[in-house]
Design a protein around this ligand. Structure first.
Ligand SMILES: NC(=O)c1ccc[n+]([C@@H]2O[C@H](COP(=O)([O-])OP(=O)(O)OC[C@H]3O[C@@H](n4cnc5c(N)ncnc54)[C@H](OP(=O)(O)O)[C@@H]3O)[C@@H](O)[C@H]2O)c1
Length: 365
């Protein structure tokens, strides 16, 4: 079999650079067609020199070119935020399989993305470690009753609500287990990240929100699990590393050694802890369930308001806890469109972002 031809959108980010580390080990299996970065020209140029893709693009405009390029067998969508949606849809329409890291794509427009993927016979293979775990566990989806998504709990798991309310940007970015981009790290601190993952799981695997459970697991060894009809639970375990789910997603249905994690030892790990999430302390998870169950453009609203609020927090304009209050306010005022078109989704996204920014301006005074 020839080499699999791949492009990476967001090659200069946390997932993108780790994907290139995987590809460095799998040079006999993959050919890199294109790499895309946002603003980091220096790193993109260095990557081009080292990995010799056919071309590179910088900025959002070039992404359509990559996603229309039928030379690709698979595209890893690893940019952050709302910019992932449009190129993903373009790639799907061109029949190109997607390894999807960008979770905002499914949160914004999961119904449309999954419908288009089905129509064009395109596989959406999850990169997120939790969904990758579920993907690996499921053999016959009709026999599965429940999805169990694990959460490390982030830096404030055992801190008080007051600590969380007064958290600095530095404290919020100090994730105990994962080194990731700033946006997802703040989402992990508020647990909104888990909320986004619940919505992602609903679309990827077609489960009702009531059948998707979250459990806190601080060691991040059990990446997620599924419960079968007879009560049997199958979980996927591994040492915390994004290399493995990235490698699995781009290689699927094959499995390569490439980057191999250290051999797993239950005895060395010795204990695995689990606890119920405290939704009063981390109310963003409740908001995500509510948005998901409401459906239509409510998850688009949640995503847009959250993204703008996270940027404002990173800019020092609001406190960490304000993120929840802002998203809740935007959701409470949003007039939901059920079964929206993609244009309606982009309009709602734009409108909510403007409203959120305006609200933050007054809020921050
Ligand atoms: N990191 C993880 O462990 C992890 C795990 C699961 C899921 N995810 C998801 O994967 C996605 C990426 O996360 P990350 O942590 O890798 O984020 P990140 O480190 O912030 O990287 C984001 C990437 O997107 C690119 N980008 C930003 N604006 C762009 C634009 N306008 N046009 C084109 N590219 C643009 C950035 O380019 P420049 O840096 O060059 O500006 C960078 O390559 C997110 O949706 C996140 O939720 C991440």
């Amino acid at each position: 079999m020839g080499k699999k031809r791949i492009s990476i959108i967001g090659s200069t980010g946390s997932i993108g650079t780790q994907a290139l580390e995987v590809l460095e080990k799998l040079q006999d299996k993959f050919e890199i067609i294109a790499l895309a970065g946002g603003h980091n020209k220096e790193l993109l140029d260095a990557q081009a020199k080292k990995f010799k893709p056919k071309y590179t693009v910088l900025g959002e405009q070039g992404l359509e070119k990559i996603c229309s390029d039928k030379e690709n067998d698979i595209i890893l969508v690893a940019c952050s935020g709302k910019i992932g949606l449009r190129p993903t849809l373009t790639a799907i329409k061109n029949g190109i399989n997607i390894a999807l890291a960008n979770k905002e794509t499914l949160v914004m427009a999961g119904d449309i993305v999954m419908r288009e993927a089905k129509k064009h016979g395109v596989k959406i293979i999850p990169v997120d470690s939790e969904h990758c775990a579920i993907h690996q566990c499921i053999k016959d989806i009709s026999q599965v009753d429940k999805l169990i998504i694990t959460a490390s709990g982030g830096p404030f798991l055992h801190k008080s609500v007051d600590d969380m309310k007064n958290a600095t940007v530095k404290e919020a970015l100090a994730h105990p287990k994962w080194h990731m981009g700033k946006k997802i790290t703040v989402d992990s601190a508020t647990l909104m990240n888990k909320g986004l993952e619940i919505i992602e799981a609903h679309h990827l695997f077609g489960f009702d929100y009531d059948d998707i459970e979250v459990v806190i697991h601080p060691q991040s060894i059990v990446h997620s699990a599924i419960e079968y009809k007879d009560g049997s639970v199958i979980a996927q375990l591994g040492l915390p590393s994004m290399h493995i789910p990235i490698q699995y997603a781009i290689s699927y249905p094959e499995r390569f050694e490439g980057i191999k994690s250290k051999s797993f030892s239950f005895a060395e790990i010795a204990r695995l802890d689990f606890e119920k999430p405290d939704f009063e302390k981390f109310p963003c998870v409740k908001l995500a369930y509510k948005a998901g169950k409401t459906g239509g453009t409510m998850t688009t609203c949640l995503n847009a308001a959250n993204e703008e609020a996270v940027f404002a927090f990173l800019d020092g304009k609001i406190k960490l806890y304000n993120i929840y209050e802002i998203v809740e306010k935007m959701m409470s005022e949003h007039k939901v469109i059920q079964n929206p078109t993609i244009d309606e989704i982009f309009e709602v996204d734009k409108d909510i972002r403007e409203k959120t920014k305006k609200f933050i301006k007054n809020y921050a005074k």
